[in-house]
Design a protein around this ligand. Sequence first.
Ligand SMILES: C[S@@+](CC[C@H](N)C(=O)[O-])C[C@H]1O[C@@H](n2cnc3c(N)ncnc32)[C@H](O)[C@@H]1O
Length: 233
Amino acid sequence: MFGQNRMGDTVKHYDQLASRYDRLHRRWLRHAGGEAQAALEALVRALAAPGQNLLDAGCGTGHLARSLLSEGMSAEQVTLLDPSRQMLDQCADLPVEKVTGRLEALPFADAAFDIVTCVWALETTTDPDLAVTELCRVVRPGGVLCLAFCADVPVRGLTHSVMRHALLYRGTGRFLSRQRVIETIESQRGFTVRSIPSNGPAATLLAKRCAPVGVSAGSQSKGLNQAPICRRS
Ligand SMILES: C[S@@+](CC[C@H](N)C(=O)[O-])C[C@H]1O[C@@H](n2cnc3c(N)ncnc32)[C@H](O)[C@@H]1O
């Protein structure tokens, strides 16, 4: 099993939570996931460049997109996806494309996005393996997948332990094996993964999809100039 507890469909939980989500989530970020979130946001800011398009899958109330748009990313570049109508309704102020859908069956063509983000959502799905495979599928060669998720790493101190139990008790997510997520990404052709260190029961991963040999990632998008050009295995 991927996580340590079996989980049903969480969408109805998020439908009910939508109006209170931001307040509850701030608590999670303050006490447990803040470093992982900051690491992910720093990655996206460093990699995003004019002209690139970004999918935030499992976008919730649109926290990441709101922050990127406020820093100058163009709304035409951004697509938000979530299965919860109520969560998407909280994104009404964002003039971006919004799609109702699930990570396990992304309604997009292969290689459709330069940057794909999935923040605290992988662990809410019924099939994280399939979700990871789908996320990789929609990353363009030379593009990146940035993930932050609740990870089954040793917790330090009472606060992390309490946050962990609260999440499991509410049934809104679970703690995934970071190694298993890495292995699932690496089993997709052409992906290399880096784990970004952070404190807390969380993981941040940067997965780059190699550009085909001879095609500079930079020729497709300025911000991905540092992406490795590697041979397909
Ligand atoms: C913990 S929230 C994270 C929201 C947002 N990414 C953030 O950083 O605040 C989890 C989100 O995943 C969504 N979700 C639940 N099941 C999903 C699925 N199968 N596919 C995609 N998203 C899902 C929920 O509706 C919810 O909006």
